[in-house]
Design a protein around this ligand. Structure first.
Ligand code: GLU
Length: 415
C-alpha cells in the first residue's frame, strides 16, 4: 500500500481509500488486483480547427474502471487539469458510487485537457463531436454511457448523441443528462444537488439538529453547487458563503439564492453580491456545514486544521485528500463522502437510461421520489454500517461498495 502523502495523485488517493477498506474487509489479493486497476484506458488525439482557421491538437481520455455490475458509466469533463490520472480516479469513484446507490452500472470517466472558456460554441461543438467519434468504438448503450461533469452540460450531451447516432443510428441511451427535448429525464439537471440535500437532511436529523439552525458555505456555483444552494435554502439552511472560479462572497444574514443566480446570469459570477471572500477563505468559514462542490483535492493537510465546519458534504468528487481526511476525523468532523453525497446525478442518469430503453417518459415527481428512495436507503446503510463496525462514513460507504463489486466480479468468474 502506498505511503500516505499529501501530494498523492488523485488515483493514488482513491486507491489508498480502496486498499484501506480492502484490508478492513479482508479482500483476497487476486480480487484486490482486479478492483484496484482499470479495465481499459484510451487517449485520443483531437485536432481542433479553431474559428480563425488554425488547428490546435488536444487530447481526450476515456477510462473504464470496472464493469462487473453493468455497463460502464460516468461523465466527461473539460478542464485544463483533466489528465489520465485524474480520469482514472474519477472512473474508480464511479464504480464505487454506482454500487453504493444500487444502480446497475460499472464505473467510467472521460475528460479532455482543455480550458473550454477559451472556446467558442462552434469550437466546443467540433471538439465534442470529434471526441465522441474517436471513442465511439468503446462506448455503447449497453457498453459505456457518458454524462455531463465539470464544464459539460445538456448541450454537450446533445452533440455527443448526435455524433454517435450518425455512426450507429438513433441511440438516446448512449448519453444521459441530455436536454429533455431529446429524451433527457425530467429532474436530471437538479439531481446531484437534490441528492446532496437529501443525504444532508438525513445526517442532520440523525444529529438531532434542524436545518433552520444551521449555516452553510458552498464552494462552487456550477450545476451542483447552485442546485444544492437552491434546494438547501428551500429546506431552511442559511447559506452564508458561496464562491465560483472568480472568487467568493459572504453574507452573514444568508443569501437569497434566486438573486444570486440572477446576478450570476447577468455578470457570469457570484462576485459582487456580498462581502468579498477568497476561495480558500471560504473553506475556512465559520459555518456548521461546508459543501465543496467544485474541484478535487481542495481540503489538504495544509488547510484541514483550519476548517471550522462540523460537517462536510462532498458534493464534488474527491475534495478531501486522505491526509486531510485523517486530520478532520481527529477533529471529530463528520464527512458525508462523495460516493454517497453526490450520487444523485448518476442515479437519475440510470432513470434516464431506463426511460430511453423503454421509450417512456416519467413524471418529475416519480423521478424525485425514486431518487429519494435510492439516496435515503444508501445513507441508512452507510450509517448503520459505520455504527456497527465503528468506522467513519467514508470507510463504511467504500466497504459496502467494494463488497458488492467483489461479489459481482466473483459471480462472473473474473477471479
Ligand atoms: N458526472 C457525474 C458524477 O460524477 C454524473 C455521472 C453520470 O451521471 O453518469 O457522478
Amino acid at each position: 500500500m502506498t505511503e500516505l502523502r499529501d501530494d498523492m495523485t488523485p488515483f493514488e488517493a482513491v486507491t489508498w481509500y480502496f486498499h484501506q477498506v480492502a484490508d478492513r474487509i479482508g479482500l483476497d489479493d487476486q480480487t484486490r488486483a482486479v478492483l484496484a486497476s482499470t479495465y481499459r484506458e484510451i487517449r485520443v488525439q483531437i485536432p481542433l480547427r479553431r474559428d480563425n482557421g488554425t488547428v490546435e491538437t488536444l487530447f481526450g481520455y476515456r477510462v473504464q474502471h470496472n464493469g462487473a455490475r453493468g455497463p460502464y458509466k460516468g461523465g466527461v469533463r473539460y478542464h485544463p487539469h483533466a489528465d489520465l490520472d485524474e480520469v482514472r480516479a474519477l472512473a474508480a469513484l464511479m464504480t464505487w458510487k454506482t454500487a453504493l446507490v444500487e444502480v446497475p452500472f460499472g464505473g467510467a470517466k472521460g475528460g479532455i485537457t482543455v480550458d473550454p472558456s477559451h472556446l467558442s460554441a462552434a469550437e466546443l461543438e467540433r471538439m465534442t463531436r470529434r471526441f465522441m467519434a474517436q471513442v465511439s468504438y468503446i462506448v455503447g448503450v449497453n457498453r459505456d454511457i457518458m454524462a455531463p461533469d465539470m464544464n459539460t452540460n445538456a448541450q454537450t450531451m446533445a452533440w455527443m448523441m448526435d455524433a454517435y447516432g450518425q455512426r450507429s443510428g438513433h441511440s438516446p441511451g448512449i448519453v444521459t443528462g441530455k436536454p429533455v427535448a431529446l429524451g433527457g429525464s425530467l429532474g436530471r439537471e437538479a439531481a446531484t444537488g437534490r441528492g446532496v440535500v437529501m443525504v444532508l437532511d438525513e445526517a442532520v436529523r440523525d444529529a438531532g439538529k434542524r436545518p433552520e439552525d444551521l449555516t452553510m458555505a458552498i464552494q462552487g456555483f456550477g450545476n451542483v453547487g447552485s442546485w444544492t444552494a437552491r434546494l438547501a435554502a428551500e429546506q431552511g439552511y442559511k447559506i452564508v458563503a458561496v464562491s465560483d472560479v472568480e472568487g467568493g462572497v459572504h453574507n452573514g444574514g444568508g443569501f437569497d439564492i434566486e438573486k444570486l443566480l440572477a446576478h450570476q446570469r447577468d455578470t457570469g459570477s457570484v462576485v459582487g453580491t456580498g462581502e468579498a471572500l477568497g476561495n480558500d477563505e471560504l473553506l475556512e468559514s465559520d459555518v456548521d456545514i461546508l459543501v465543496p462542490a467544485a474541484l478535487g483535492g481542495v481540503i489538504r493537510e495544509a488547510n484541514a486544521d483550519r476548517i471550522k465546519a462540523r460537517m462536510i458534504v462532498e458534493a464534488a468528487n474527491h475534495p478531501v485528500t486522505p491526509l486531510a481526511d485523517q486530520i478532520l476525523a481527529e477533529k471529530g468532523v463528520t464527512i458525508l463522502p462523495d460516493i454517497l453525497a453526490n450520487a444523485g446525478g448518476v442515479t437519475v442518469s440510470y432513470f434516464e437510461w431506463t426511460q430511453n430503453i423503454q421509450q417512456f417518459q416519467w413524471e418529475e415527481r416519480r423521478v424525485n421520489d425514486e431518487l429519494g428512495k435510492h439516496m435515503r436507503s444508501a445513507y441508512g446503510q452507510v450509517r448503520n454500517y459505520a455504527q456497527a463496525n465503528e468506522t467513519d462514513l467514508r470507510q463504511a460507504a467504500f466497504s459496502i461498495a467494494v463488497d458488492r463489486v467483489a461479489e459481482a466480479a466473483h459471480l462472473r468468474g473474473y477471479v
